[in-house]
Design a protein around this ligand. Structure first.
Ligand code: PHE
Length: 488
């Protein structure tokens, strides 16, 4: 049932937005804080406190981790809608994240992987539902709700900036485990704050309407299977090869996507017009996967590049490599308003580019970022450590790309799908992020430190992916526009 949230306001906004802002800030603080350490910790030799894993396994695990946070978001949304309500899902998610972070801080290698799994489950429960709660604070929708989401978005990026700034610093000063412990502390603060101030959310997301209610049985079943798999792996009965697991997972997710679109196109009883729109959805889905597979290099090959080949002296300060990932959120904070104004100005002149064109531009920008890194890697090959400016430039271009894709991706998926399949369209967007994440890890795994020429080769390859996919999207834009006739 949806009770309106409390009517108290702060600077014209419902007070509850502060609750959600801080919850998401701390969650992103821990998420991106961990991301800034993750691959470096896995590849660091045991002598320096790391796990001493090989590059390829570490990359695959990184991709599987990122992918599962988005994949489990699907489950998390369902659990909130059908079983627990969004508020309880956020609390449980936050607690799981904090528990997972603690496992990272404590653990041996095996415990560390369990920790990652627990975090992914927590993010899956928390992230989609805290966003859903934002919407409930603005029942009137429209511009006010947009403003609410803009504030919330700043929470995301403040956390995304602070995490990679502080966590690597602490990890360098006191040891990896203290870095992970800091992320746990952040999440505890986030959940504590949520519990303390959630009365400002009113009854939103507190209960599930009886006609919506589903059974816990499938969830318990999935958890039992997962627990069994973890036990088998921990006990050594099955040996898990991370690279194999990643390639199996990306194939399975791709197959799922293909099966879904085939079903939608041929077996869901769509009309001709609806079918044409689904074709556009397919194109956006493929473009989105390509974009994220490149974009998520940030926690993979880019982080390794920062640690191994970048001179990290910034304004006289010898920074730990992970801090460069703070550039991403910093650029988002700087550029979000600029791009919003740009789209608005173009919209007023009726020249706001159609979604397919924005996806095309995003992919071209992504490609440009990789071209920059291709040249940087060329310098590395000739024996130099390079300035951090190269990576910062690449991040800048990637964030410009993100500004073209993120604000329109989900909304276009939802407009293109026949309304009765709306929930599934949202799911497909998250599936594209998940698949992009897993593929990102596999791509990073193609770089082999003992054959350094594999590094420029990797960046050049992703450059071509971006440019070709971008050019295709721009080329099909007129067609996509025709197929989308009638979609506002
Ligand atoms: N950085 C934002 C977040 O973490 C938005 C984003 C989501 C960007 C997914 C890329 C991929 O929520």
């Amino acid at each position: 049932m949806n009770h309106p949230a409390t009517t108290r306001t702060l600077l014209g906004q419902p007070v509850g937005i502060a609750t959600l802002f801080l919850t998401e800030l701390w969650e992103r603080f821990t998420y991106y804080g961990i991301q800034s350490l993750l691959i470096l910790f896995m590849v660091a030799p045991a002598a320096s406190g790391g796990l001493g894993l090989d590059d390829q396994s570490s990359s695959s695990i990184y991709g599987l981790y990122v992918g599962s946070t988005y994949l489990l978001g699907l489950l998390g949304g369902w659990i909130a809608d059908r079983l627990a309500g969004a508020q309880r899902a956020v609390i449980a998610g936050g607690l799981l994240i904090a528990a997972g972070n603690t496992l990272l801080a404590l653990g041996t290698t095996a415990i560390f992987f369990v920790g990652l799994l627990v975090i992914a489950m927590g993010v899956g429960l928390l992230k989609p539902n805290v966003s859903a709660l934002v919407a409930t604070l603005y029942p009137e929708g429209g511009a006010r709700r947009d403003a609410g989401f803009s504030i919330f978005y700043m929470g995301i990026n403040t956390g995304g900036f602070l995490g990679p700034m502080l966590v690597p610093l602490i990890a360098t000063a006191f040891g990896w485990r203290f870095g992970f412990a800091l992320t746990a502390l952040g999440m505890v603060l986030g959940v504590g704050q949520f519990l303390w101030t959630r009365r400002f959310l009113g009854g939103a997301g507190l209960t599930v309407a009886p006609e919506q209610r589903a059974s816990w049985t499938p969830i318990v079943g999935v958890l039992a299977l997962l627990a069994a798999a973890v036990l088998l792996a921990l006990s050594g009965v099955v040996r898990v090869d991370a690279a194999l697991l990643a390639s199996g997972a990306s194939r399975a997710v791709s197959l799922l996507a293909v099966a879904y679109f085939v079903y939608l196109l041929f077996f869901a009883g769509l009309t001709g017009t609806e079918r044409k729109r689904v074709l556009v959805m397919v194109a956006l889905f493929v473009a989105s996967v390509t974009f994220w597979a490149g974009y998520f290099q940030q926690g993979g090959s880019f982080n390794l590049f920062a640690a191994r080949y970048t001179d990290m002296h910034i304004l006289g300060w010898n920074a730990p490599p992970g801090v460069l990932q703070a550039a991403d959120s910093l650029f988002v904070i700087i550029l979000a308003g600029v791009f919003a104004a740009l789209w608005l100005a173009l919209g007023k002149r009726e020249r706001d580019p159609p979604a397919a064109a924005k996806f095309g531009v995003a992919l071209l920008l992504l490609g440009c970022g990789f071209l920059v890194m291709y040249f940087a890697a060329g310098r590395v090959l000739s024996g130099h450590r390079v300035l951090s400016t190269w990576l910062i430039c690449a991040y800048f271009l990637h964030v410009c790309g993100e500004m073209c894709i993120s604000p329109v991706g989900l909304s276009n998926m939802s407009k293109l799908v026949p309304p009765r399949f709306l929930g599934q369209a949202m799911g497909m967007w998250f599936l594209s992020l998940a698949l992009g994440g897993i593929l990102a890890g596999q791509l990073t795994g193609e770089y082999d430190a003992s054959h350094l020429e594999s590094l420029p080769a990797l960046f050049l390859k992703i450059f071509w992916y971006g440019v070709i996919a971008g050019a295709v999207m721009l080329a099909v834009t007129p067609l996509a526009k025709r197929l989308m006739a009638g979609v506002k």
